[in-house]
Design a protein around this ligand. Structure first.
Ligand SMILES: *[C@@H]1O[C@H](CO)[C@@H](O)[C@H](O)[C@H]1NC(C)=O
Ligand SMILES: *[C@@H]1O[C@H](CO)[C@@H](O)[C@H](O)[C@H]1NC(C)=O
Ligand SMILES: *[C@@H]1O[C@H](CO)[C@@H](O)[C@H](O)[C@H]1NC(C)=O
Ligand SMILES: *[C@@H]1O[C@H](CO)[C@@H](O)[C@H](O)[C@H]1NC(C)=O
Ligand SMILES: *[C@@H]1O[C@H](CO)[C@@H](O)[C@H](O)[C@H]1NC(C)=O
Length: 378
């Protein structure tokens, strides 16, 4: 992989820059792992506000590889965010994993600068009282500065910041509540190397990403670590495919039921491709999570979480560029335990605004930039 993948090794440095309306503090708190070769590891890239930091350790315990995490921390959200990071690095029983593997980036709008913004060195010297719980425990969403100030969550700014800061070529750009199967990184690298040998490198330039199926489990269930455990839970009704009731078209994709029924893949230890899909009809709204690379199309930074459809423009570009979505046979993601009921999202103001932005502007820009392809829809 080192020889055939022409990626550039990156320096692991902190930086701070104003970018549009935002202030981006990249690598504000850096992971302590040494230099990484760009071809020999996979980075989990994600975004959150500090209330989601309870997911970090369960995620790390399964992933055991680098994590690049962008935290949105405007105004008074900054201090509890930093406190939470330091609590995880100083007080958590798995603090060694946090310190070794996680690089934290922080971003906010220039119009909502925190009152005090310590330098990295000053921040790292701060001693946390470990006898008190971290700020992300027992804090409600409505008490966030962002919510009180009626700010939307700039999800794609975070996604691009985290992915851009990855030191590795391969990334799993995901949501922090989605936990991968243990051993995925070494299995993936082995799988990829086999492909490169078999196709003598040609295949490297093809636009292909590797999809992970997503499941939810009951709040009191243990998270499955293998496909056969998952399948047992699916039969018992303790696990279900992710969000099929919320948005079937976004999550189902091709051959989901066949994937769930599959027993053949258990005869091999190695990771393989189960089936291949595209975003052409009937899967025009499919929003899979996949292992791809830092060079995959960016997320549109004008789209917010509240407006929904925040990953649709990326999917549309990938469709135009002819990307193939190869579904891995025995690796998958499990959402933090607890099956979400039929959620009703009421963000009509923002979804309306987003829909207008997409249909009046973004679609035209994308057609100019990437051209058209029959069957691709936004
Ligand atoms: C990826 O990097 C982490 C942190 O340095 C290391 O513990 C892990 O073994 C690496 N994985 C591989 C497959 O080299
Ligand atoms: C959080 O709140 C719950 C319910 O009010 C309480 O039982 C629990 O002890 C609190 N946890 C911490 C760490 O304060
Ligand atoms: C929040 O912002 C939206 C859009 O700017 C606006 O329509 C709404 O009235 C605001 N709500 C509050 C409580 O300020
Ligand atoms: C887990 O929760 C479900 C639904 O709330 C319940 O039916 C089941 O008995 C619980 N299982 C255990 C082992 O507590
Ligand atoms: C999957 O298995 C179930 C239960 O055995 C069966 O009813 C269903 O038809 C299978 N589906 C597919 C697509 O093979």
């Amino acid at each position: 992989l080192k020889l055939s993948l022409k990626c550039n090794n990156k320096q692991h440095v902190s930086s701070s820059e104003v970018y549009g309306h935002y202030w981006l503090m990249k690598n504000y708190i850096k992971a302590e792992h040494g230099p990484l070769h760009c071809a020999t590891n996979v980075t989990y890239t994600t975004h959150a506000d500090y209330l989601y930091l309870d997911n970090l350790v369960p995620l790390l315990e399964r992933w055991l590889s680098p994590v690049s995490l962008a935290l949105y921390a405007p105004g008074d959200d900054f201090d509890p965010t930093l406190h939470s990071i330091l609590w995880l690095r100083q007080c958590h029983k798995s603090r060694h994993l946090v310190r070794e593997l996680v690089s934290f980036h922080i971003y906010f709008m220039v119009t909502h600068i925190p009152r005090i913004l310590p330098t990295t060195d000053t921040a790292l010297k701060r001693k946390i009282d470990c006898s008190k719980p971290p700020p992300y425990v027992n804090t409600t969403h409505s008490s966030l500065y962002r919510v009180k100030m009626n700010l939307t969550y700039p999800v794609n700014m975070g996604r691009n910041l985290a992915r851009g800061a990855s030191l590795t070529h391969f990334v799993l750009a995901s949501d922090i509540e989605l936990y991968p199967t243990p051993g995925l990184v070494p299995a993936y690298l082995k799988f990829y190397s086999r492909k490169v040998v078999k196709h003598s490198g040609e295949w490297l330039n093809a636009p292909v990403v590797h999809v992970l199926r997503i499941f939810e489990v009951q709040a009191n269930a243990t998270i499955p670590t293998t496909k056969s455990q998952l399948q047992e839970m699916l039969v018992q009704g303790e696990a279900v495919p992710f969000h099929l009731k919320v948005c079937r078209d976004c999550h189902e994709g091709p051959l989901l039921e066949e994937w769930m029924n599959d027993t053949d893949s258990q005869y091999s230890q190695d990771l393989n491709v189960f089936n291949k899909g595209t975003r052409l009809p009937p899967h025009v709204s499919w929003e899979p999570i996949f292992i791809g690379s830092v060079n995959d199309p960016p997320y549109d930074e004008r789209l917010s979480w509240e407006g929904k459809r925040d990953k649709m423009t990326q999917g549309y570009i990938m469709c135009i560029l002819g990307y193939q979505f190869h579904v891995l046979d025995k690796a998958f993601l499990v959402h933090k335990p607890g099956i979400t009921a039929d959620q009703e999202f009421h963000h009509s103001f923002y979804t309306h605004q987003t829909n207008r932005l997409i249909s009046l502007r973004i679609i035209h820009e994308l057609r100019i930039k990437y051209g058209r392809r029959k069957g691709c829809e936004l």
